[in-house]
Design a protein around this ligand. Structure first.
Ligand code: FAD
Length: 337
């Protein structure tokens, strides 16, 4: 009798037929996981008019794309999407299901996990297959779900041995997106969809794209402000400096919480990870959660009134002083150079 091969599934997130980077990164990683398990990699794709995208996924190693295509599925909608994925998981019992740790993945994955009574590790930064039979005899070929824990102080390896399906969400950008030189000869399996009453709790009338979305990852220079900037008004001076030197403005979580700057510009463990050529930290203490997002910058200049601020431990140039004195001096010097 032919034993069923273990299946690794990736939920492929799409917007207007374009895949999310994190989904392609997960397919690339999923290929390796499937190889280790001598199994198959499959993609789950939900949307409308997305057959071209389904074919594109063969180029990332998916041997089968489970495709639910319907006008009402054009945009992500919690109830129909989670119902579809949960029913598919129930029916096929894949070994592993992976989601991006995006707004969509963070909404969808817990619902599927709770429906299938599976464990779920959020915000993983690495995944591996390993035998941990030294812990228990039957812990063979488990998914090791690796992520920072306790405020980033340790890297935890998490297993869900009693879970029927191993599930994880994975942060964007931590895995490499590797297309195959030659796409696999895969197949598309249509998944029927029938709208149901409760699905209509949410109706998407119109979608607006945020125009001021900033790409901090691509910025060569970042001028970043912390709680030490004092107030919203003071914070505006950072835009002037950034504009002069061709940079973007970012901030710490304390600055975001205080309303000095928008959340989409937060750098750190729960914000964006950046590696600019130059990072100017203004009134930032240098908490570990902030450093996690910026310590790989090529050069770091820190301005802080406290000579013992931890940020001085990782910066290349230190300026001990009041931000509201030092930054105007920098702006002035730059204008007259
Ligand atoms: P503070 O720690 O209050 O530091 C302000 C600094 O400004 C001080 O060093 C002070 O000496 C200096 N200062 C004050 N006045 C002046 C002045 N006039 N001139 C010059 N310097 C001055 N934080 C993040 O940034 N990003 C994250 O993604 C993030 N994620 C987190 C996740 C978790 C689970 C937790 C628990 C925390 C997280 N934090 C994050 C919060 C983090 O722990 C710190 O609280 C935060 O980074 C502190 O921000 P700050 O440096 O702006 O403020």
């Amino acid at each position: 009798m032919n034993e069923k091969k273990p299946q690794v599934w990736v939920f492929v997130e799409q917007r207007d037929g374009k895949p999310a980077d994190v989904s392609l990164e997960l397919l690339s990683k999923g290929r390796k996981l499937a190889e280790s398990l001598r199994g198959e990699l499959k993609a789950v794709l939900i949307g409308h008019d997305v057959e071209d995208l389904a074919k594109e996924l063969f180029g990332y190693g998916a041997s089968e794309v489970l495709l639910a295509d319907h006008p009402e599925l054009k945009h992500y909608n919690t109830l129909p999407y989670s119902r579809l994925v949960s029913e598919l998981v129930d029916e096929h019992q894949p070994r592993i299901v992976l989601f991006g740790a995006s707004f969509v993945g963070r909404d969808l994955a817990p619902r599927v996990a709770s429906h299938t009574l599976s464990g779920l590790t959020a915000d993983c930064t690495d995944l591996q297959i390993s035998d941990v039979t030294y812990l228990r005899q039957d812990y063979a070929e488990l998914l090791l779900q690796i992520r920072p824990a306790f405020g980033g102080n340790i890297i935890a390896t998490i297993i869900c041995p009693d879970s029927p399906v191993q599930m994880a969400t994975v942060r964007e950008g931590v895995m490499e997106k590797i297309p195959l030189a030659q796409p696999v000869d895969g197949r598309i399996t249509p998944i029927p969809y029938t709208p149901q009453g409760p699905d209509e709790l949410v109706r998407i009338i119109e979608r607006h794209r945020e125009d001021n979305k900033v790409d901090l990852k691509a910025a060569p220079i970042i001028v970043s402000g912390g709680y030490g900037m004092g107030n919203f008004q003071n914070f505006q001076i950072l835009y002037e400096l950034a504009h002069l030197i061709g940079g973007e403005v970012a901030g710490t979580r304390a600055a975001v919480d205080a309303g000095f700057i928008d959340h989409n510009r937060q750098v750190g463990q729960t914000g964006v990870t950046v590696r600019p050529k130059l990072y100017i930290a203004c009134g930032i203490s240098g908490a570990i959660q902030h450093r996690a997002g910026m310590q790989d910058a090529n050069k770091i200049i820190a301005i802080n009134s406290d000579p013992d601020a931890p940020i001085f431990g990782i910066c290349h140039y230190r300026i001990v002083g009041d931000v509201m004195e030092v930054i105007p001096m920098l702006i002035d010097a730059y204008k007259h150079k």
